[in-house]
Design a protein around this ligand. Structure first.
Ligand code: IMP
Ligand code: MG
Length: 178
């Protein structure tokens, strides 16, 4: 089987969308200090680009989660593999994630963060696959809504490949000729 990546959103479309999100977030948090929580590893490219487009003081902290069991089927039982450096009590927190699929990871994570007493807690996702949703998650800022296809690039991986692509694409599989 050969793999190829079909472009879904090219580099310019993706960057334009991130600029729009950055402007919206800048307006809505005007006068406030914002802390972005970047969910490793997938959201790292998006979080960096987005934070550059926000015209406010932005701090960034990182979290890495791993779900128990099969990686392709989200179990909803999330382990925090790397926790934040700083407490979030009283802060304006924007969680930045690559993609919301079943919603299980974010549902769990947002609940943990809420218990830590932030002033506000919102979610920004580059991509959303609402058709796949199993648990309800409110996405406050969405880049692109996409159908149920497996996407890579701009931080998203397929078996750790393709994260560094500067665009978003769909992995397609073809039979080898011979
Ligand atoms: P959820 O708990 O099902 O919402 O899982 C979301 C996580 O699954 C994301 O943070 C990604 O790591 C991964 N994921 C879901 N869909 C895709 C995809 O299309 N491409 C790459 N990773 C994905
Ligand atoms: Mg992820």
């Amino acid at each position: 089987m050969r793999e190829r990546v079909r472009v879904l959103f090219n580099e310019e479309e993706t960057n334009q969308k991130i600029r729009e999100l950055g402007s919206r977030i800048s307006r809505e948090y005007e006068g406030k200090e914002l802390t972005i929580i970047c969910i490793l590893k997938g959201a790292v490219y998006f979080a960096c680009e987005l934070s550059k487009r926000i015209s406010l003081p932005v701090k960034m902290d990182f979290m890495r989660c791993s779900s128990y069991g099969n990686e392709t089927v989200s179990s909803g039982v999330v382990k925090i593999a790397l926790d934040l450096d700083e407490p979030i009590r009283g802060k304006n927190i924007l969680v930045v994630e690559d993609i919301i699929d079943t919603g299980r990871t974010m549902n769990y994570l947002l609940e943990i963060l809420r218990q830590r007493g932030p002033e506000s807690l919102k979610l920004c996702a580059l991509l959303d696959k609402p058709d796949r949703r199993v648990v309800d998650v409110k996405v406050d800022y969405t880049g692109f809504v996409i159908p149920d296809e497996f996407v890579v690039g701009y931080g998203l991986d397929y078996a750790e490949k393709y994260r560094s692509l500067p665009y978003i694409g769909v992995v397609e599989f073809e039979e080898d000729e011979s």
